[in-house]
Design a binder for this molecule. Structure first.
Ligand code: AMP
Length: 396
């Protein structure tokens, strides 16, 4: 039984075992942080050689949506903590396991609610009364059309279960709907079918409010601005400039939703800002890709904060160390990535490069990130973009 503040030794009977579900680049950084406390980390993903597997004690390959396989691995490894790193998990199994006494980060309910856009949308809008875009849930193209007429064009069509923009489109006209509907059915992660239709928000900018819930309370990191292309993050920066009134509203929304989800850990709360209004978009109960910028901006990155929080340790008072900017580096095409120019990138002051070690690229894939700091966000951006330009990716 895991007791906060006590740790064992990896690979012995006393070890503090963490089962990581999903082993991408965020999981890799988290694994490194957990190992600083001597945790034994077991990384899982659906393919071999995933980034976190390369730094974990051992790994298992199975689809995270396979409930039987998940149960089998939990029975085999008997982890102290199950830590989801992705959305698409057989969360009903997590709920069952939690009822039997298994600890799940932040809670099985939070993982279940946030995996499905309907669960989190109903909680945020209907229970917590947070401001959100107008929405309808639809099960067919005809229902999507009716919802479009009600909410107006353009609207955003998203599968209930998808991430990184998969299956998501902005529908600008009736003629564009059939293709958008087909895409939603292909891009949906589990089962296809139901979608959410959201009114298109003409936001001035969008932010992530990283919010940590730990044994010593809930705190927000300074706001992170970001740019998404095709629903996928390309650049993020911290702090994101805004009025004090807007920042107070954003923190209020973030703390409300995090408090309602419960449990310990870091949460990425995504909001749109339009004028003085803050509109809740979605939340992920784990480190957030736009939060990679905290590797440069904060004395404690989102990964270090998550590790501390989930282990039941208090987190320090969060502050910005240096304004910072991150640029995601994408591979385009098929093959095994090779990088050059990292030396030129690192000649730029206050710059870090993280190569994720992904074994292959198919289509568009995030393979690395550049994070630069500076006296202000402008200087950090100039440095990060220059560094990103310097790194060349070849696919063999
Ligand atoms: P999501 O997968 O819901 O985080 O959406 C990915 C990105 O699509 C967001 O970060 C926004 O840039 C854009 N987006 C999503 N929903 C809306 C909306 N209702 N109105 C305008 N843009 C949106």
């Amino acid at each position: 039984m895991f007791t906060p503040g006590t740790f064992g030794t990896p690979n012995t009977a006393s070890s503090t075992r963490v089962l990581l579900l999903g082993s991408g680049e965020l999981g890799k950084e988290l694994t490194i942080e957990l190992q600083r406390y001597g945790c034994e980390v077991i990384a899982c993903d659906r393919y071999e050689g995933a980034p976190a597997m390369q730094v974990a004690h051992r790994s298992h390959v199975f689809p995270m949506l396979d409930g039987m396989a998940l149960r089998r691995i939990v029975a085999l490894e008997r982890p102290d903590l199950i830590v989801p790193e992705i959305e698409a998990i057989a969360t009903e199994v997590l709920v069952e396991l939690e009822q039997q006494g298994q600890r799940v980060v932040p809670t099985a309910r939070a993982a279940r609610l946030t995996m499905n856009r309907e669960g989190i949308r109903r909680l945020a809008a209907e229970e917590l009364k947070l401001p959100v875009s107008p929405y309808r849930f639809v099960g067919s193209e005809a229902e999507a059309l009716a919802a479009g007429h009600e909410l107006g064009f353009p609207f955003v069509l998203k599968p209930l279960m998808s991430s990184s923009g998969h299956g998501q489109s902005v529908v600008r006209s009736i003629e564009a709907l059939p293709a958008a509907w087909r895409y939603s059915q292909e891009g949906a992660r589990a089962g296809g079918g139901r979608c959410i239709v959201e009114g298109f928000v003409r936001f001035d900018f969008e932010i992530t409010v990283l919010t940590v819930s730990a044994s010593n309370g809930i705190q927000c990191c300074p706001p992170i601005g970001h740019i998404q292309i095709d629903g996928d993050y390309r650049e993020s920066w911290q702090p994101c400039a805004m009025t004090e009134a807007v920042w107070l509203k954003a923190q209020d929304i973030a703390k409300t939703v995090v408090g309602a989800l419960g449990g310990w850990g870091i949460f990425g709360v995504e909001c749109f800002v339009r004028g003085e209004d803050v509109i809740f978009s979605e939340v992920s109960p784990r480190p957030h890709d736009t939060g990679l910028v905290t590797l440069g901006s904060q004395p404690w990155s989102e990964f270090a904060l998550h590790a501390r929080a989930i282990l039941g340790l208090p987190v320090p008072s969060i502050r910005l160390q240096r304004p910072s900017f991150s640029v995601a580096l994408l591979g385009e095409g098929n093959g095994v990535p090779r990088f050059s120019g990292v030396d030129r990138a690192l000649a730029i002051p206050e710059t870090q490069v993280r190569l994720f070690g992904k074994p292959e690229c198919r289509g568009h894939r995030r393979l690395a990130v550049v994070v630069s700091s500076g006296d202000d966000v402008e200087q950090a951006r100039t440095r990060a973009r220059e560094a990103a330009q310097a790194v060349r990716i070849v696919l063999d």
